[in-house]
Write a protein that binds this ligand. Structure first.
Ligand SMILES: NC(=O)c1ccc[n+]([C@@H]2O[C@H](COP(=O)([O-])OP(=O)(O)OC[C@H]3O[C@@H](n4cnc5c(N)ncnc54)[C@H](O)[C@@H]3O)[C@@H](O)[C@H]2O)c1
Length: 369
């Protein structure tokens, strides 16, 4: 059990970068729901890595939630949190500094990044700009405008081709197999140095394949759904011999919500200098599912939701192909530390999670497109 300083959310200003991205939007909506006061600031450049209409849609959902909460508070005569959206780029140092100077956040959740393993093969500079330069600007801003806790997204990809399962934060992670993974590992190292030098409480979160409603179109469950609906074939990499620790987005949000309120303790060592207030956690389901099993459930849910007919020939729409550069065969989270320190482990089953994704997709498909 690592010692934590408990942070109360009352009257706090929380800056969430990467909202209205997938995880960020879900986190912000949850924060607006659970907080009684204070401010939630979203910061995102709304880039077009995938359809920005989806980011606009998530932003509209955040604004709906903020309005609902405000109306309820007005009826009850109580206070409520407010939401502010800033469109800005993390690699723009002045824009980041301005947001910190204006809002003086107590807690920062850095989720903004160029995500995706495959895209990093052809677009390496984007990763350096957003994930390295951008993250440096966040660290510098936290140094210049002290925060109670900086929480940032790392990734299960830092484990590379780790052979020991489940993946523990004690395992070695110095052989990334993609540039994306290398930038996420770099974030952990940069954060450690700032925690040590400037006594900034920092927690890195290694997320494992996050899925759910209004998710990312570049991820397998989403692109496979689109392909099957169009009548195209889906590619099963490594001839289908892959397993992923699929984690439902609400479970990720619950993990972030708990962890952000427990900052690593600040204390000095025998040399009179700070012991780095630094922690790392895996947030994953802890139950890897093989790709063929995953596809089977997705297909059943697409038929169940009447998006595809019961006699759809799935076999004819599958292509077994070799492993792609940058990919790993297995991911599997060890969540013992999360359970020990925060009494929490993800619990949403894959079928339930995919059912919610498919239900959302159906609505998105027919009402928003
Ligand atoms: N979804 C997953 O399975 C998963 C797994 C591991 C780690 N992560 C990490 O979690 C975080 C959130 O992921 P997500 O799935 O919500 O991705 P996402 O792409 O939906 O959200 C990221 C957001 O960051 C914004 N962004 C990117 N570069 C920016 C920049 N330079 N300045 C400002 N905004 C910028 C994008 O516009 C986007 O809205 C990312 O850091 C990602 O690397 C995600």
């Amino acid at each position: 059990m690592n010692e934590k300083k408990q942070i109360d959310l009352e009257n706090k200003t929380i800056l969430v970068t990467g909202s209205p991205g997938f995880i960020g939007a879900n986190l912000v909506m949850r924060l607006l729901h659970v907080m009684d006061s204070g401010s939630v600031i979203s910061f995102d450049n709304m880039n077009a890595y995938y359809d920005p209409a989806l980011k606009e849609y998530r932003l509209s959902k955040i604004e709906e939630e903020a309005a609902t909460v405000a109306n309820q508070a007005a009826r009850d005569g109580t206070s409520c949190p407010k939401h502010v959206f800033i469109q800005g780029d993390l690699s723009d140092r002045a824009a980041v500094d301005k947001a910190f100077a204006q809002w003086q956040p107590d807690i920062v959740i850095n989720l903004a990044a160029q995500a995706g393993v495959r895209y990093s093969i052809d677009h390496p500079q984007t990763y350096i700009q957003s994930n390295i330069m951008g993250f440096m600007n966040v660290l510098e801003a936290c140094r210049n405008h002290p925060v109670e806790h900086l929480v940032y997204a790392s990734s299960s990809s830092v484990y590379g081709n780790n052979n020991a399962t489940p993946f523990s934060t004690e395992d070695k992670t110095d052989t990334p197999v993609s540039l994306y993974a290398a930038t996420k590992k770099s974030n952990e190292l940069l954060a450690y140095s700032y925690a040590k030098l400037y006594n900034i409480p920092c927690t890195g979160l290694r997320f494992f394949t996050v899925y759910g409603p209004a998710g990312r179109p570049d991820m397998f469950y989403y692109s496979a759904t689109e392909k099957l609906l169009r009548g195209d074939s889906i590619k099963l990499f490594n001839y289908g011999n892959c397993a992923r620790d699929f984690t439902y987005v609400d479970d990720i949000v619950e993990g972030i919500l708990r962890i952000m309120q427990g900052a690593p303790k600040q204390e000095d060592g025998l040399d009179g200098l700070p012991i780095a207030p630094f922690a790392l956690y895996n947030i994953g389901a802890g139950a890897p599912v093989d790709l063929m099993g995953f596809v089977q459930i997705l297909q059943e849910e697409l038929v169940g939701a009447e998006l595809l007919p019961a006699d759809y020939d799935f076999q004819a729409h599958q292509e077994l192909v070799p492993m792609q550069p940058g990919d790993v065969a297995v991911t599997y989270a060890d969540t013992k530390a999360l359970e020990a320190d925060f009494g929490y482990a993800p619990s949403t089953g894959l079928r339930e999670g995919l059912r919610r994704f498919v239900a959302w997709y159906k609505e998105w498909q027919y009402h928003f497109r």
